[in-house]
Write a protein that binds this ligand. Structure first.
Ligand SMILES: Cc1ncc(C[n+]2csc(CCOP(=O)(O)OP(=O)(O)O)c2C)c(N)n1
Ligand SMILES: [Mg+2]
Length: 556
């Protein structure tokens, strides 16, 4: 007789088998039965303060470990995750959303059940727009195939999926899981050969080829293949902002972050003067292209992403990115002498001037030397991201930021997810005061589980990014004593920093404070920004009809 299990147990089995050890979320009556199964399983549930925080944490967990999951109740919980799930979709993070739901009988008998919005499909239909698969588990016969296919789609596309579990289905009997093999992606051999021949011919003819690497290299685990290609070819390599750290920034051929005219001038020149640009795994977002300041002539570009490869003006659909990179590494390219084409200015020694007020630029210059081998840098948006873009990350993929979707509030919950995914990493979090006020309460989870991130709140008294696009009172926020939050949480250590001398003292204390978190309130002038943000603001201001604020507004 065929073996059986229950739907709840089947789902847990497959999640565990896919490599998950933790699930983030908040329970509710429609998902409580499944929570009790999770509690008895080898998966550990990490309760968060909000579902948005849980989804951000699960997203970061996915970015670090390859898969993440968030488990919530119907609508009030699920819809709270929607923005974070949309971000995971936009930035290709493999995230599984599991939502409880009213039982099927309940749905039929009493339509006005709590948490219902319009009808019982509303939440699933909303998730259809921000996931690659959205299913409700309603028939025990088809559920095993549904679960298998949905998880496989998540892992294949590196985008979120949604699984709705009505509460009366959790203990329904279904077929037990059978061993299965996940097929690796395949290329059409003829298309692959042709794409490789054309690309190789372009690269061989080029005098100054360059590689531009992006986030998909990390998502699809292709770093070793990229490093092999870079080493064998001798080509210089730049990364996009969303792809920052896909190749170690200590690599001798590494140029820096390319962001059109928004980024460093020497990197822009090196990329744009190349006579062949090999773009690998880098969806060309507006931020990555420096708000359309990039000048990449299509006739010199090979653009390979997971969905297609474009060589000059024509496309290949059936060539898998991994096969393409490995094929190029094996091809007979004309080898270039290895060279770092731009100077690594950022690594210059930093000499603190103790009485000097701290500025954004000096702060990030100092941070370069503070990063250690076990650091994972997590940057929220705003100057936290733009300032951190020029940090030198020691190893590959130890930089996490919502650099394309740019939702505020990502960084603090992401620190929770990243540290659960890889406890040997210590998160270094850069977060704006505005973003901190959105999700900073997730430090409660940091305190509860005795995690030890070092959190720098860039306190510039408001929405500096917006100020540089269009100034107005709507960009001011109420100032908190961020460094006193450890008192409220009865855990952690905090301090405030106004000068370079105080920063030095804070860094020593924070580095040694390994048993709890540290929260450092960096007081900045509201109009002080990184060079990158000033350049971005100027460009965006043209579109928004604003301009740089002339006088600092009085603030309290
Ligand atoms: C969730 C969300 N709401 C609003 C915005 C629009 N927005 C972009 S930057 C910004 C200000 C960010 O302020 P802060 O976190 O203090 O960083 P700063 O710009 O001051 O460095 C806002 C409101 C956003 N990106 N995400
Ligand atoms: Mg701010």
């Amino acid at each position: 007789m065929a073996k059986t299990t229950t739907i709840g147990q089947y789902l847990i089995h497959r999640l565990h088998e896919a490599g998950l050890k933790h699930v983030f979320g908040i329970p509710g009556d429609y998902v409580l039965r499944f929570y009790s199964l999770l509690d008895q399983s080898s998966l550990k549930v990490i309760g968060m303060c909000t579902e948005a925080g849980a989804a951000f944490a699960a997203d970061a967990y996915a970015r670090v470990s390859g898969l993440g999951a968030v488990c919530v109740t119907y609508c009030v919980g699920g819809l709270n995750t929607l923005n974070a799930v949309a971000g995971a979709y936009a930035e290709k993070s493999p995230l599984i959303v599991i939502s409880g739901a009213p039982g099927r009988d309940e749905q039929a008998r009493s339509p006005l059940l709590h948490h219902r919005v319009r009808d019982f499909n509303t939440q699933r239909l909303m998730f259809e727009k921000v996931t690659v698969a959205a299913v409700a588990l309603e028939d025990p016969v088809t559920v095993p195939a549904q679960i298998d296919e949905t998880i496989a789609t998540c892992m294949r596309t590196k985008r979120p999926v949604y699984i709705e579990l009505p509460r009366d289905m959790v203990d329904q009997v279904c077929a037990a899981p059978v061993p299965r093999r996940v097929e690796p992606p395949r290329s059409d051999p003829l298309a692959l050969r042709e794409a490789l021949q054309e690309t190789t011919a372009m690269l061989r003819a080029a005098k100054r080829p360059v590689i531009l690497a992006g986030v998909e290299i990390h998502r699809f685990g292709l770093q070793p293949a990229l490093v092999h290609l870079v080493n064998r070819s001798g080509y210089p390599v730049a990364a996009t902002l969303l792809g920052k750290s896909v190749i170690s920034e200590m690599h001798p051929q590494y140029l820096g972050i390319y962001e059109g005219a928004m980024g460093r001038e020497d990197v822009r020149r090196a990329v744009e003067s190349a006579d062949c640009v090999l773009i690998i795994g880098a969806p060309l977002t507006d931020i990555d292209m420096g708000i359309f300041t990039a000048h990449l002539d299509e006739s010199r570009v090979v653009n390979a992403i997971s969905e297609r490869i474009t060589i000059r003006h024509h496309h290949f659909q059936d060539v898998w990115l991994g096969d393409f990179i490995r094929g190029l590494a094996a091809a007979r390219l004309r080898r270039r002498p290895k060279r770092a084409a731009v100077r690594k200015a950022a690594l210059a020694a930093f000499r603190p001037q103790p009485q000097r007020p701290i500025t954004v630029r000096r702060f990030f210059e100092r941070m370069n030397a503070f990063l250690a081998d076990d650091s994972v840098v997590i940057a929220d948006i705003g100057d936290s991201l733009f300032g951190a873009a020029d940090l030198t990350i020691h190893r590959s993929t130890e930089f996490i930021s919502p650099a394309y979707y740019t939702s505020m509030g990502f960084a603090v919950p992401a620190a929770v997810g990243a540290q659960f995914a890889k406890p040997s990493l210590r998160p270094i979090v850069f977060v704006g005061d505005g973003a901190f006020q959105m999700t900073g309460q997730e430090l409660s989870i940091v305190a509860r589980h005795r995690l030890n991130p070092i959190v720098f709140v860039l306190n510039n008294k408001g929405y500096a990014t917006e100020r540089f696009i269009l100034e107005g009172p709507f960009n001011d926020i109420h100032e908190w004593s961020y460094h006193l939050i450890p008192r409220v949480l009865r855990a952690g250590w905090g301090c405030e920093v106004r000068t370079e001398g105080q920063l030095e003292a804070a860094l020593i204390r924070a580095r040694d404070n390994t048993r709890t978190f540290s929260l450092i309130n960096i007081h900045l002038d509201p109009l002080d920004t990184s060079d990158a943000l000033a350049r971005l603001g100027k460009r965006l201001a043209k579109r928004a009809g604003g301009g740089r604020p002339k006088n600092p507004r009085p603030r309290r």
